[in-house]
Design a protein around this ligand. Structure first.
Ligand code: ASP
Length: 599
């Protein structure tokens, strides 16, 4: 080893010892004769002292040291003189007097200072990610991530799971996104797909008798990179045989309880509450409800269907609904603020936002006159509004009205600091619909994925054609309004799987081509099974207190899918294309120098 200790290790009880330390020059301060240097490595900072009386050569060399030079220092530990102890540093009671120093490598002036304070542009951070990662906070994030992985491995191992790898060069898995394709050289004109998830392989592992599988799986989805998505990300992927939904919940709850206690020392209560998808949608306007605050939605459709208000009546006769919510203390908000909220609701498709001020005397609104006094009283009662509040309403198609009101609920809570940030509200959302109707393409899609089993009670709706009524055996784990995991009990019978493919409009040939191997495997005694996958990057941000998952991915892409460090994706040599039998017809797109990472 080039070193006897790390830069975060030395304490007072080692005074007088000779040590060798390696690290980077974090700063150099010339105090007349004496030169001080902070030497930094992953573990901390140690103050190094160059005293010409103790070692002249080293002292001379110290003048040439610049920040981020990588050096090896040999010296003796001494107590810091009284008044110079630094309580902020773990090594703050000692310093090392240099006897020899060797520059291991020099450094250019870095594009930013390697320290935790300051507002750095994300573009620059990603371009020089290796320098960004050198900063102590980023080192800490890598360590937290490692600890989470280690805990998961140990915990699941103790619960009888084994980690099994699945291929990266594979065939398309239907998780609802576009595939990344890899052209085959040996089979020109054919492509591998990068896995959107290991879904089909983990099911095959159950057919193989693996019984309890997990994997930290890289997943690849070619989606428009909205907000906080990454083209490649990591899932904790799990699958179990001979279980039901509650068994999976119990395994996951134990895992989370243990993980939280390990990483944060916090105790989280298990079991987590369960909420029906229909309840989540009607009360929270979302399938990932944030239950840390109230502001519940209520439906007024029945109450207003015979009113004189034309807009509501038209929406209802076209099959829409009217959803209301009371915003506490909002009675006197300005017209401008109402316009802002209306514009916000319209981002979610709402065509308008009705509002009623709750006065002592009753509900005041430009549209109050269209409703009977008892109906206005019902608005107040159902929303739980009090004097001083404002009742908002959206009338629209069911999905739009709920989504808009759900979004408004979150905005009002955030804007008015109504969310108790100290809470960790975990819950399971259950009983999702099995299918959702795709209006554009006039066909049914799977709400989760086509391998999801359904509630046997609802099987009759296959016969009646009321496919929207069939509840699936899929579930999401939600924490404080974010979906952190999603899974389902799977279909394990070939005939039933075929029936789902039929509903989805896949021809026999398509089924054979895409999923023939799964259907065939299901002819060899597949066990009942089910599983789940956690978005691990999002989970790590819970422990690092970050908002963006890019903070906890060592080498992330920007929002436009570019890696500013390597400049991938990039053009390839003509010979490579020829080998693959490919010809580019599109013009190469300029990615730009400062391609936006953040914003
Ligand atoms: N493969 C699913 C997904 O990636 C998760 C699962 O059903 O286990 O969302």
């Amino acid at each position: 080893m080039l070193r006897t200790h790390t830069c975060g290790e030395l304490r007072k009880n080692e005074i007088g010892k000779k040590v060798d330390l390696c690290g980077w020059v974090a700063s150099r301060r010339d105090h007349g004769e004496i030169i001080f240097m902070d030497l930094r490595d992953k573990y901390g900072i140690t103050q190094i002292v160059f005293d010409p009386d103790k070692n002249k050569t080293s002292h001379e060399l110290a003048h040439t040291l610049r920040n981020e030079y990588c050096v090896r220092v040999s010296g003796t530990i001494a107590a810091r003189p009284e008044g110079t102890v630094n309580p902020k540093l773990s090594t703050g009671e000692i310093e090392v007097y240099v006897e020899a120093i060797k520059v291991l490598s020099e450094s250019e002036t870095p594009p930013f200072e390697i320290k935790d304070t300051g507002n750095l542009s994300e573009d620059v951070r990603l371009k020089y990610r290796y320098l960004d990662l050198r900063r102590p906070t980023m080192q800490n994030k890598l360590t937290i991530k490692h600890k989470v992985y280690k805990y998961i491995y140990d915990h699941l191992d103790a619960e009888g799971f084994i980690s099994v790898e699945t291929p990266t060069l594979t065939k398309s898995t239907p998780e609802g996104a576009r595939d990344y394709l890899v052209p085959s050289r040996l089979h020109q004109g054919s492509f591998y797909a990068l896995p959107q998830s290991p879904q089909l392989f983990k099911q095959l592992l159950m057919v193989a008798g693996v019984d309890r599988y997990f994997q930290m799986a890289r997943c690849f989805r070619d989606e428009d990179l909205r907000a906080d998505r990454q083209p490649e990300f990591t899932q904790l992927d799990m699958e179990m045989s001979f279980i039901d939904q509650e068994d999976i919940f119990a395994v996951c709850e134990r895992l989370f309880k243990g993980l939280y206690s390990e990483v944060t020392g916090k105790n989280i209560e298990i079991p987590f509450p369960r909420m029906d998808h229909s309840e989540a949608m009607s009360l929270y306007g979302s399938d990932k409800p944030d239950t840390r605050f109230g502001l519940l939605l209520s439906e007024m459709t029945e109450d207003v269907k015979d009113s004189d208000f034309k807009i509501f009546k038209e929406v209802i006769s076209a099959g829409g609904i009217v959803v209301a919510m009371s915003a506490p203390g909002h009675k006197d908000i300005s017209r401008k603020e109402i316009d802002t909220l209306t514009a916000y609701a319209s981002e979610f498709g709402a065509r308008g936002l009705a509002f009623f001020k709750v006065e002592e005397s009753g509900l005041v609104s430009p549209i109050s006159k269209f409703f009977k006094p008892e109906t206005l009283e019902t608005f107040k009662r159902k929303t739980g509004a009090r004097t001083g509040d404002m009742i908002f309403m959206v009338a629209d198609k069911k999905d739009v009205a709920r989504a808009a009101m759900g979004a408004l609920r979150l905005k009002i809570a955030k804007d008015n600091s109504l969310i108790d940030q100290s809470k960790d509200n975990f819950l399971w959302v259950v009983n999702f619909p099995l299918f959702k109707y795709n209006e554009e393409e006039k066909r049914w899609d799977s709400e989760h994925h086509p391998f999801t089993y359904f509630s046997e009670e609802d099987a009759k709706y296959f016969e009646t054609g009321e496919l929207g009524k069939i509840r699936s055996k899929s579930y999401d784990m939600v924490l404080n309004g974010s979906e952190i995991a999603s899974g389902s009990i799977r279909i394990h019978r070939r005939d039933i799987q075929q029936k789902i493919f039929d509903v989805l409009g896949l021809t026999k040939e398509e089924c054979q081509l895409k999923f023939g191997f799964l259907l065939e495997a299901f002819t060899y005694g597949p066990p009942p099974h089910g599983g789940i996958a956690f978005g691990i990057d999002r989970i790590i941000t819970l422990f690092t207190n970050d908002i963006s998952i890019r903070e906890v991915i060592p080498f992330p892409k920007t929002q436009k899918g570019v890696c500013p460090l390597t400049n991938a994706p990039s053009a390839v040599e003509g010979t490579q294309l020829r080998d693959l039998g490919l010809k580019i017809t599109a013009k190469p797109e300029a990615k730009g120098q400062n391609e936006g990472a953040g914003s």
